[in-house]
Design a binder for this molecule. Structure first.
Ligand SMILES: Nc1nc2c(ncn2[C@@H]2O[C@H](COP(=O)(O)OP(=O)(O)OP(=O)(O)O)[C@@H](O)[C@H]2O)c(=O)[nH]1
Ligand SMILES: [Mg+2]
Length: 330
């Protein structure tokens, strides 16, 4: 195993471009650890990215996302396409062990040189999940993978950070995923591009299908009508049909000239998400280590200073923004 001294920015970038597994593994570990070398690497290879098709796979814990990805990968490999799979665990800063289940589920593909699979935590990332995910994705893209799956468990905001970069978003549900139905209904969860209802062997699968259908039918304005596919990942049932729907979505984006637009919006969103996360981390650290700013908070607490004045002073001191809030001044 190469240790970190064996890689320079140049050899690592060259290895990644060739799709060398050890280089990819090292690169993603560097990404995970927010190592400065990862930053250099992604900067170097960025001009070579943009050809991978990115499918974001999200949904509640245990619905069968990894099993479904393993089955999809099996089918896609028959066409000769190469793949990357990144599982991002929003709850865990460390990948070791935390995603053991995914490793088992995807183990049949570990020896296939055309597939690169990696679970990832995000320790110490000032830019949050979005930063680590984006970097890992760009590494696999630069490595020439045709398709990259990004899996994350749906936990509200964090999943948007992870799959916000996807060309196609696949939501996986199973009978009993009532919370997700509520979130879709309430508009908390964005309507995905494709929905799989997995574990269709369950007696409540049809009820679930009808519920999801009725929610989607409320939205008349969307041009792309989100298809719902019943699957049973463990038996490879409905998987080919599911992939056909993902490809249909891709074709739709292509035909309507929407892919570039979506990527532009996604990338802009990523840049803002990372910048915002970093700004927030910077702010928190600054306030934490500054007795004067702490005192402001105490004054607010004692009702000696109003909250917005405190905000203004903090922004002024931490970001040197002055009064960015309008023409009024103190
Ligand atoms: N009966 C049945 N079980 C399934 C099906 N698909 C997956 N499972 C089982 O469901 C369990 C969870 O599957 P995973 O693929 O790990 O689910 P996941 O959504 O990736 O889980 P997390 O990553 O932990 O959120 C495993 O025991 C699978 O074998 C299915 O279609 N039918
Ligand atoms: Mg999983």
């Amino acid at each position: 195993m190469a240790n970190r001294r064996d890689w320079t920015a140049e050899t690592l970038a060259a290895g990644v471009r060739e799709g060398d597994r050890r280089a990819l593994a090292r690169a993603i570990t560097l990404v995970e650890n927010a190592d400065p070398l990862a930053y250099e690497l992604v900067r170097d290879v960025y001009p070579d990215t943009g050809s991978a098709y990115v499918v974001g796979v999200t949904g509640p814990p245990g619905v069968g996302k990894s099993t479904l990805i393993a089955a999809l990968v099996r089918g896609i490999r028959e066409s000769g396409k190469t793949l990357g799979v990144i599982s991002v665990d929003p709850s865990s800063p460390f990948s070791q062990g935390a995603l053991l289940g995914d490793r088992i589920r995807l183990s049949e593909h570990f020896l296939d040189p055309g597939v690169f699979i990696r679970s990832m935590g995000t320790r110490g990332h000032l830019g949050g999940l979005a930063e680590a995910t984006l970097q890992a994705l760009l590494v696999l893209d630069a490595a020439g993978k045709d398709i990259v799956f990004v899996e994350t468990v749906g936990t509200g905001q964090s999943e948007v950070e992870v799959i916000g970069i996807a060309d196609t978003v696949l939501l996986v549900l199973m009978p009993g995923s009532g919370d997700s139905i509520q979130a879709l209904k309430a508009g908390i969860m964005e309507i995905p591009d494709v929905i799989a209802i997995n574990k269709k062997d369950h007696p409540a699968a049809k009820t679930m299908l009808n519920e999801v259908r009725s929610i989607l039918s409320l939205d008349h304005e969307r041009v792309w009508k989100t298809p719902i596919v019943l699957t049973e990942a463990v038996k490879d049932e409905g998987v080919a049909e599911l992939w056909a729907k993902v490809e249909a979505h891709r074709a739709h984006l292509d035909e309507e000239g929407l892919l570039d637009e979506r990527r532009r919006t996604n990338l802009a969103g990523e840049v803002f998400a990372v910048a915002s996360a970093r700004a927030k981390a910077h702010l928190e650290r600054a306030v934490e280590g500054d007795p004067e700013l702490q005192r402001l908070l105490d004054e607010v607490q004692r009702r000696e200073l109003d909250p917005l004045t405190a905000v203004r002073e903090i922004m002024d001191k931490v970001f040197k923004l002055g009064d960015s809030d309008g023409p009024h001044s103190r």
